[in-house]
Structure formats: C-alpha cells, structure tokens
Design a protein around this ligand. Structure first.
Ligand code: NAD
Ligand code: UDP
Length: 308
C-alpha cells in the first residue's frame, strides 16, 4: 500500500514510518517540523519508497494513498501550550483535512488520540467507556479538547459518510527519538541524569503514569489498523503504574547518576493518576506490551547517551 503518515518526523511518527517501510509499504510523511526533526528520518534519505513533504496539516492537501495515519500534533505540554490556538487548530482542522481526504479516497484513516481525553480521571484504570473529567478552559484544554473534538469528527464522518476510521487513545509512550528538549517526563529525567543536573519532579511526585515503550505501541497501531471489525476508540498503553518519584529513582539507578531530585511547582490540572484498561486491545488485537519499564529505559538511556 501507499500510506500517508502525518507528523511522521516526530517521535512516534518516525518509528511508524520505519515500521511501515519494513512491512513493504510506500510511505509519504507529511510534517511542518514544529516539534519533529529531519534527523529522525535521515536514515530514510535515498529510500525510493519514502517521501517527505513539508506541509502544515491545517491547510488542505491532496495525495493519492490507500491509508492515512494522522499523528500531526505537538504532544508535550510545553510544546502544545506554546501556541495553544495553533494546537487546537492542528487537532481540529488537521482531522477535517485527513477525514476529507479519506472520504474522497475511500482510505482507512487512523487518529492518534490520547489518554488526555480522560483528563484528571475519576475512574481508575480508564476503560474506553469512561467519558473523562476534562477542564474545558485550562492550560491543557487546547490539547485535551482539541483531541476530543477530533474524535467527535472521526465518529461523525464514520456515521455520516461511512469513512473507515480507527481511533487509538495512546497512553504515555517513551523511547529513542524523543527530542532532548521535548519536555515530557521520561526524556527530561534521562537528559538531566546524564548531564548531572537536578531531576525536576513536579509537585510531591506522587502522581502516577503508565509508560509504554515505543515498539510495543507501534505494534498495536499496525495490528489495529489491519483488523476490519472495530473502529475504536481503543486504549493502547502499558498497565504498569508508577509515581513520578519512582520513575526518577529508577532513572538515577539505571544511569548511575549522582544527580539530586528537586521538587518544582506542579503545573495546573496535572492529572493525579493514569493507567489504561487494555482489556479491549487484548481481546480484539491480542495485544499487550512486552517491554518492561526497566528494559525500555535502558534502551532510551543508550539513545540519549549519543545525544547529550
Ligand atoms: P512529537 O511532537 O514528537 O510529534 C508530533 C509531530 O507532528 C512532529 O513531527 C511535529 O512537527 C508534527 N506537527 C505538529 N503540528 C503540525 C502541523 N500543524 N502540521 C504538520 N505537522 C505537525 O510527538 P509524538 O509523541 O510523536 O506524538 C505523535 C502523536 O501521538 C500526536 O498526535 C500526539 O498527540 C499523540 N500522542 C502521543 C503520546 C505519547 O506519549 N508519545 C501520547 C498520546 C498521544
Ligand atoms: N513531570 C515531572 N517532571 C518533569 C516533567 C514532567 O515531574 O520534568 C511530571 C508531570 O507533572 C506529570 C508527569 O510527570 O505529572 C507526566 O508528564 P508528561 O509531561 O510527560 O506527560 P502528561 O502529563 O501529559 O502525562
């Protein structure tokens, strides 16, 4: 197949491009390089089955493809809050542009949604049936509500226009090719530990997250896209749950760093706990993560050692 990956120069997108090429497909990567970098795709230069197009997904685009994966959107809180209006436009207009294209081409279209649509959850762990607890007017809303609106658009195009959709709710994923200045917790802690700088734990560090290694996630994307029965939404993530203090201690241990842990102000609306209920993924795509946190962190640390 010929497959379009929007946001393909970013962390997840570049791994997805690799996987689709390995599987024998042709790949067109569309990205405006806001948080993505060409270095993530440097190894694909000269590959006749790969094309890079610099384009902003807010503007309509025309390509002839069999499938679309829509990943274009800044994902780390400092990046998506840098220009919040642009973030919500990217989610909403990007979804409309992808769905319009999919409708014309009769192409299957995938949306990279997020666990953020559950907000600061009052149901734990979070199943797909939970509607969430999201502040509509806070600092995180441009991302959370943008992604919620994108899901609405996906399901309306599905119901109204029979567009063949697949919606995945991604829980915190980490791995090589996260940008050293990305700002998310795993890359922050690793870069800080390797540089001998203080590890910045926001708040008291008792808030929890569940961390999925990138290879596990991409396997889930491809399996879900290949099945014909379920449009989603589908949770994908690792069900191991850790506090940010535990994560900081683990990173210190694995890097053998002598950095200290310091506490910084907790950002507003920071979710207190998060863990995916992945029963549906287990059932319909026989998927569950296989890379434990310690192994994934070791691989990610090895990558960052070459970058910092
Ligand atoms: P990332 O910031 O590394 O990648 C996002 C990519 O989208 C970048 O290459 C960026 O340049 C591109 N982009 C941003 N705005 C664009 C625009 N207007 N037009 C074209 N390209 C644009 O982040 P990531 O972690 O790879 O996230 C990829 C997708 O997965 C995002 O949609 C994100 O919301 C979603 N997601 C990721 C996680 C995670 O833990 N990594 C969790 C939930 C959801
Ligand atoms: N966090 C932290 N130190 C950092 C970056 C993040 O303690 O340097 C915390 C943040 O407050 C949140 C958790 O780590 O509770 C995960 O943050 P991240 O930005 O990675 O993702 P999200 O909040 O979107 O899940």
């Amino acid at each position: 197949m010929r497959i379009l990956v929007t946001g393909g120069a970013g962390f997840l997108g570049s791994h997805l491009c690799d996987r689709l090429l390995q599987d024998g497909h042709d790949v067109i990567c569309l990205d405006n390089l806001f948080t993505g970098i060409k270095a993530n795709l440097a190894h694909l230069r000269g590959n006749p089955r790969f094309e890079f197009v610099r384009h902003d997904i807010i503007d309509p685009f025309k390509v002839e493809v069999d499938q679309i994966y829509n990943l274009a959107c800044p994902a780390s809180p400092p990046h998506y809050q840098y220009n919040p209006i642009k973030t919500i436009k990217t989610s909403v207009m990007g979804a409309i542009n992808c769905l319009g294209l999919a409708k014309r081409l009769r192409a299957r279209v995938f949306q990279a949604s997020t666990s953020e649509i559950y907000g600061d959850p009052q149901v734990h762990p979070q199943p797909e049936s939970y509607w969430g607890n999201v502040n509509p007017i806070g600092r995180r809303s441009c991302y959370d509500e943008g992604k919620r609106c994108a899901e609405t658009l996906f399901f309306d195009y599905h119901r109204e226009n029979k567009v063949d959709i697949r919606v995945v709710r991604i829980f915190n994923t980490y791995g090589p090719r996260m940008h050293p200045h990305d700002g998310r917790v795993v890359s922050n802690f690793i870069v800080q530990a390797l540089k001998g700088e203080d590890l910045t734990v926001y708040g008291d560090g008792s808030q929890t997250r569940s961390f999925c290694y990138v290879d596990d996630l991409i396997e889930g994307f491809v399996r879900f896209m290949a099945q014909d029965k379920h449009p989603g939404p589908l949770n994908l993530g690792n069900s191991g749950e850790f506090t940010m203090l535990e994560l900081a201690q683990q990173v210190l241990k694995l890097t053998k760093s002598r950095s200290r842990i310091v506490h910084k102000r907790l950002p507003p609306d920071d979710p207190k706990q998060r863990r995916p209920d992945i029963s549906l993924a287990k059932k319909i795509i026989k998927w569950e993560p296989v890379v434990p946190l310690e192994d994934g962190l070791k691989r990610t640390i090895a990558y960052f050692k070459t970058k910092v």
